[in-house]
Design a protein around this ligand. Structure first.
Ligand code: FES
Length: 167
């Protein structure tokens, strides 16, 4: 009788310890795993289905402004355009490649003008005037239907990179 009681106590203690160990491991894993907000922070998804021609939208990706501009029919197409269906878009980090100011879009002129030192970029992001040494930077992207996912280098981005369009 005494032995059975000791076996029962031993088994109970073993189960209790095992449950505690599993609980502790689970708690540790939850502590080490990045928060969902952190996991999602590297990517920004933008649905371009409602984009209006020649109207700049500024999104945010990894703390940087991202210019998204759907080209109107009268705007010049460019190999740097992100093409979704029949639509062409400029997608670029909205920081001047001279010293990092945020250029403003002048829709009537289809140009970006940087107020800091007078640099200008065309609607495809090419530097056309002033001190900027290079075009606006194209961030890594992939296309998912009508959506643009920033932060992931998809085939279209890699093709631009292989063609030397992205530094
Ligand atoms: Fe834009 Fe100098 S920072 S022209």
């Amino acid at each position: 009788m005494e032995k059975k009681r000791r076996d029962f106590m031993g088994l109970s203690l073993g189960l209790f310890t095992a449950a505690g160990g599993i609980g502790a491991l689970y708690a540790m894993k939850r502590t080490w795993d990045p928060l969902p907000s952190v996991k999602a922070a590297g990517f920004t998804t933008i649905d371009l289905v409602d984009a209006q021609p020649n109207k700049l939208t500024v999104e945010k990706w990894r703390g940087k402004p991202i210019f998204v501009l759907k080209k109107s029919a009268d705007m010049k197409k460019d190999p740097r355009d992100v093409v979704i269906g029949d639509d062409h878009f400029l997608v670029a980090v909205g920081l001047c490649t001279h010293l990092g100011c945020i250029p403003a879009y002048v829709g009537d002129e289809h140009k970006f003008k940087c107020a800091c030192h007078g640099g200008e970029f065309d609607a495809s992001g090419h530097q056309i005037f002033g001190p900027p040494p290079s075009p606006l930077v194209i961030p890594p992207f992939t296309i998912d239907g009508t959506k643009l996912v920033l932060g992931e280098a998809g085939p279209e981005f890699n093709k631009m990179k292989d063609s030397g369009l992205i530094a």
